[in-house]
Design a protein around this ligand. Structure first.
Ligand code: ADP
Length: 496
């Protein structure tokens, strides 16, 4: 402490300032506390990181408030805010290898994926919202000739943002982009499992030229720093991505304090439907990608696959062979697709689900640890799963898929929609009418047709039902970060 010197496994040398980032400076926690961040590939400590308490959150909120009132918000025009976001995107691209390697080390995802997907998407998101910064206008309402009515899209103020560990950098960018484009300031808490890449981003935020206090980042634990953010009386809005359980707590905290505005992106148990007229090879590959990508640690993972009866055997044969071929292992090895689960806790939770699945269903593939260090789990497929089995209903957040066959289309839609969640779904069919009719009947915020996990900055993402409130990405996300003010101007109406 405070600087971690990282000799990354692919030869990259980097440093991370492992402190709290407040007012564009790295500072220790007020009580000097730190916690360990662990490499999930071997379970060993990477280093110690400053651990924020409620007092540190307070300091960060004061910095964010001061910046909002003096240098950001409506004090910096949209085009200038946009320029800074674009500059940050450029810096991310300049540091792609370093950022991807830190992400890979701390989170366990394959370096090639961290580089080609995560970091690339971070830059794309920041640039996309940079573009919006001077284009989010109010409207003029033509009522009659005696008055002028218009709206202003004003920034909300200080935003608390709490992110998870599955896409540490990308969730950071999803949160920063729309909030900064619309002129808000930020106190963001990273996940305790993966604090490092966001801290590297903070150096780039300074280099890009963001004024002090606009972005503040605290590392630390949910029940302490996270709870302090959700309960804070001077935070105007909170955006959370994580489990449905914690999402409920965030909403309760907001309700019982200052009724800060809340958006939530929570869990899922997404159905993926494969009709008999689908391109089978493509459907198999996308379905495997739908669940196994990021080691199953995606809130939108296609964890329930429903295959039409007449192609079920063929599908299973190909799916099994494909999943067997996925490379599980060292995130820094060239061909690795799947690294370790993020932590011992997650590994244990997934293994518990696998044990419960073995009692209720048929373990068709995997279900075991890979290797003898780190948190690696082999791609796992269950078949013959009763619809009410735990593994068919609850989010596992690991490389575990439940595959079932269906005959009757109506029954299929009922079963697919029979979940407390509604984050995502997919349909595979060459018949465009069938695919789209099915897509429209599914109760989910995203439906992929003949693909899975496609996410682009322009298209909104978020949940129906217990999967969340509000939308991230696209123009829709801007609405989460603005207050609409209506202005009534009397041109010539005499007083009553
Ligand atoms: P997971 O169980 O997958 O780790 P969580 O929902 O617990 O997912 O964590 C997502 C984020 O929420 C993390 O940054 C975590 O620290 C934070 N968090 C956990 N508990 C709370 C809480 N009670 N209040 C606020 N944030 C929390």
């Amino acid at each position: 402490m405070p600087t971690l010197n990282l000799d990354l496994p692919n030869g990259i040398k980097s440093t991370v300032q492992a402190e709290l980032f407040i007012n564009n400076k790295f500072v220790p926690a007020l009580d000097g506390k730190t916690f360990a961040t662990v490499n999930p590939s071997n379970g060993k400590e990477i280093g110690q990181v400053a651990e924020a308490s409620a007092k540190d959150v307070d300091v960060a909120v004061k910095a964010a408030r001061e910046a909002f009132d003096t240098v950001w918000g409506e004090n910096t025009p949209g085009d200038a805010r946009g320029k800074l976001l674009m500059k940050l995107a450029d810096l991310v691209e300049e540091h792609v290898d370093e950022l991807a390697a830190i992400e890979s080390l701390d989170n366990g995802k394959a370096f090639s994926i961290a580089k080609g997907f995560d970091v690339a998407a971070v830059a794309a998101n920041l640039r996309y919202y940079g573009g919006w910064a001077d284009k989010n206008h109010g409207k003029v309402m033509e009522v009659d000739t005696k008055r002028l009515n218009y709206t202003r899209h004003e920034p909300i103020g200080v935003c608390g943002q709490i992110i998870p560990w599955n896409f540490p950098l990308l969730m950071f960018a999803w949160k920063l982009g729309p909030a900064l484009a619309t002129g808000n300031t930020i106190v963001l808490k990273t996940a305790e499992q993966t604090p490092l890449s966001a801290l590297k981003m903070c150096e780039l935020i300074v280099e890009a030229g963001f004024p002090a206090g606009v972005v503040n980042v605290v590392s630390g634990f949910g029940p302490v720093a996270g709870a302090a953010i959700s309960q804070h009386m001077d935070i105007d809005k909170i955006a959370f991505t994580g489990s449905t359980l914690v999402g409920r707590n965030i909403m309760k905290a907001a309700a019982s304090t200052n009724l800060k505005k809340v958006t939530l992106e929570l869990g899922g148990k997404s159905p993926n439907i494969v009709f008999k007229d689908a391109d089978l090879d493509q459907a198999v590959r996308w379905s495997a990608f739908g669940i196994m990508f990021n080691h199953g640690q995606c809130c939108c993972a296609g964890s329930r696959v429903y295959v039409e009866e007449s192609i079920y055997d063929q599908f299973m044969e190909k799916m099994t062979a494909y999943c067997k071929g996925l490379q599980v292992g060292d995130p820094f090895a060239e061909n690795t697709f799947q690294g370790p689960q993020v932590s011992q806790l997650q590994y244990d939770r997934i293994m518990e689900y696998i044990e419960s699945g073995k009692k209720d269903a048929n373990l068709h593939l995997g279900g075991v640890r890979k290797g003898n260090e780190g948190y690696f789990i082999e791609p796992t497929i269950f078949t013959d799963v009763p619809h009410d089995a735990k593994i068919a209903k609850e989010e596992i957040f690991g490389p575990v898929v439940v595959v079932s066959k269906f005959k009757d289309e109506k029954d299929l839609i009922r079963i697919a929609n029979d979940s407390i969640y509604g984050l995502a779904a997919a349909v595979f069919s060459r018949d465009v009418s069938r695919a789209l009719e099915t897509a429209h009947k599914l109760k989910a915020g995203t439906v992929w047709v003949n693909c899975y996990n496609m996410l682009v900055p322009q298209v909104p993402f978020g949940g129906y039902k217990a999967s969340g409130i509000g939308r991230e990405l696209g123009e829709y996300a801007l609405a989460n970060y603005t207050n609409i003010k209506a202005v009534h101007v009397n041109l010539s109406i005499p007083a009553p």
